[in-house]
Design a protein around this ligand. Structure first.
Ligand code: ADP
Length: 249
């Protein structure tokens, strides 16, 4: 049954954009924005045209992560906003539009992206209105759900999976963040929180498991410097973990 017949808004594609994926999480602070940015940069490193839309209205972090400042210009022809660009990736963020009264999600979608192979949307955490609006109005190729392996995060991650299933957004899979610790001395790998919580949860929810991102200070430090690990240390094990996930989405 079509959305129109059910009285729901009709989903639309974004002009010039071939694929759109969302990166979501049940809880804040689990590494969602870090994943969104590094996935976008990883796909760009495969010679694709990529954009990232920061829809995390409560804590827009794409400007800092992408080392971007300033106000987007308005495109003459259609009044759409022009994304800013760094590391070869186009970016639009609510963070560029502080002080703007227009309904935030709506403005976020009125962007002149040009031709893109992939647009990554960094969702707000949880299952609120913004996530629902985007899921119901934009044709999403799918959503990646990121979680840490702790029970509390996993409970919320399950809610996220269920919400996206309800609005017919394909679940591309789950990513486990900050569980794996690689010893800097001997390279020994341990899951410091014991079990593989996200792997178990993805089985239980019947979704794919896309991979593990290690808990590593360099990921955090390079993010803070505005040089994400996928560009700053593109050959490192950590960067490879993000690229590995990027190959699957
Ligand atoms: P969210 O978008 O889920 O709120 P962020 O991506 O902003 O989370 O990450 C929260 C904090 O954790 C940031 O300081 C970030 O640099 C750090 N972080 C994210 N992933 C990792 C990781 N794998 N290892 C170390 N620190 C990480």
């Amino acid at each position: 049954e079509s959305n129109m017949r059910r009285g729901l808004p009709t989903k639309r594609g974004i002009v010039g954009v071939k694929h759109v994926i969302a990166v979501a999480s049940g809880k804040g602070g689990v590494g969602k924005s870090t994943l969104a940015v590094n996935l976008a940069l990883a796909v760009a490193s495969f010679r694709k045209h990529v954009g990232i839309l920061d829809a995390d209205i409560f804590g827009p972090s794409i400007p800092r992560l992408m080392n971007l400042k300033g106000e987007p210009q308005v495109h003459e022809k259609d009044n759409n906003l022009m994304p800013l660009v760094n590391f070869g990736v186009k970016a639009m963020s609510i963070g560029f539009m502080i002080g703007d009264d227009a309904p935030v999600v709506w403005r976020g979608l009125m962007v002149y992206w040009g031709e893109l192979d992939l647009l990554v949307i960094d969702m707000p955490p949880g299952t609120g209105d913004t996530q629902l609006t985007i899921s119901q109005q934009v044709i999403l190729d799918g959503v990646v759900i990121v979680s840490t392996p702790q029970d509390i995060a996993l409970i919320d991650a399950r809610k996220g999976v269920n919400m996206f299933k309800k609005v017919d957004v394909p679940i591309l899979g789950m990513v486990q963040n900050m569980s794996l610790f690689v010893c800097p001395n001997c390279q020994h790998k341990t899951h410091i929180f014991g079990n593989d919580g996200v792997i178990e949860t993805s089985k239980e929810m019947d979704t794919d498991y896309l991979g593990d991102i290690p808990l590593d200070a360099s990921i955090c430090e390079l993010s803070d410097l505005g040089t994400p690990i996928v560009v700053a240390r593109s050959d490192s094990y950590n960067a490879e973990c993000y690229k590995d996930i990027a190959r699957k989405v």
